[in-house]
Design a protein around this ligand. Structure first.
Ligand code: 8YV
Length: 327
């Protein structure tokens, strides 16, 4: 019997590729514009599985892949996939939760610290040779410890950031979330608030919600106007959760103090964006989960998920559980 075909368009280690190749006929793509790559389109015709990330899988691409049974995304976020359409077509969608939680939470806290203490701006200050005398008020930052951290979204990653804040920095934790989280309230003393109240009360507002139709542009001009002028805004979720021009305006006018951003409306960030050049912004190129250990673990989880799915076994992380009717 011929092997099923798997197209890989994300980074897997050589060992992971070799493991996959034992069971499947593997083709590795590394182009940057796969959605318009005729070779990728041709390969889709015979593909049973896809493994990758950062490619928007459209219904048009799915039409080119009549044999597709499963997709293993090397990401926890699934905003690049038409989930309902996949379910309708009976295509399994798998993701990589858990293995990236702590690393992504580290990135969130990095942005909280770097913005509050102006780490990037002041590193630039030394590089320019401006450190000529003692440091004065012009270089002072704000404390992180003992402040109020408002989590917009309180899933695994949000909770891991809050845990760092509460247990490591003695922060008061507020959260807004569709459902209450009594265990985290007990563990961290976290208090649930409506979004508007959280924005008004928090010193740091940190967004960790998934991007869905309900969360697109969740934070805009009105929301920034509710924040304290000393408030710091951190986004490690998805850029489209925020109205980016409104964020830029709030930073320019001093409506909020600073922003730490790992994600942007458009990625890679267009060169004309003012955000990375603003003194009160720490901008990172979507590195939330980007450590060697965690990216290897995510890739391994994707390999495990696609292998199980294509062998007819339930994958570890199945997003569209309705596709699974087996006992
Ligand atoms: C990945 C992420 O960067 O998992 C996610 O949802 O945002 C990131 O960890 C990205 O999707 C590429 O693998």
């Amino acid at each position: 019997m011929s092997k099923k075909s798997v197209l890989v368009y994300g980074r897997l280690t050589d060992d992971q590729l070799a493991t996959l190749a034992r069971d499947f006929d593997v083709t590795h793509f590394s182009g940057t514009d796969l959605a318009n790559d005729p070779a990728f389109h041709k390969a889709l015709q015979g593909a049973h599985g896809l493994v990758g990330a950062s490619l928007a899988i459209t219904p048009d691409l799915l039409d080119m892949a009549p044999r597709l049974e499963a997709i293993a995304s090397v990401s926890v976020g699934v905003d690049n996939y038409p989930v309902e359409e996949l379910t309708r077509r009976g295509i399994l969608l798998c993701n990589t939760p858990d293995v990236l939680t702590e690393t992504t939470a580290d990135t969130g806290f990095l942005l909280i610290m770097a913005t509050a203490r102006r780490a990037v701006e002041l590193a630039e200050f030394i590089k320019r040779g401006d450190w000529e005398a003692g440091i004065g008020e012009a270089q002072f930052g704000s404390d992180v410890h003992g402040k109020t951290l408002g989590m917009v979204g309180f899933g695994r990653i949000g909770a891991a950031i809050a845990r760092r804040g509460a247990l490591g920095f003695g922060m008061k934790i507020l959260y807004s979330n569709a459902s209450p989280k009594p265990e985290l309230e007990a563990e961290l003393g976290a208090e649930r608030r409506e979004l508007d109240a959280l924005l008004a009360e928090a010193d740091f507002v940190c967004v960790t919600v998934p991007l869905t139709a309900a969360t697109e542009k969740l934070i805009g001009a009105r929301e920034f106007s509710l924040m304290k002028p000393s408030g710091i805004f951190v986004n490690i979720a998805r850029g489209k959760v925020v109205d980016e021009p409104a964020l830029i305006a709030a930073l320019e006018t001093g409506e909020i103090k600073a922003a730490g951003l790992d994600v942007f409306e458009q990625e890679p960030l267009p060169s004309e964006s003012p955000l990375p050049h603003m003194k009160n912004v720490v901008a990172l190129p979507h590195i939330g989960s980007a450590t060697t250990e965690t990216r290897n673990a995510m890739a391994q989880r994707a390999v495990d998920n696609i292998t199980l799915a294509l062998k007819g076994q339930r994958p570890i992380n199945l997003v569209n559980a309705d596709t699974w009717s087996k006992p």
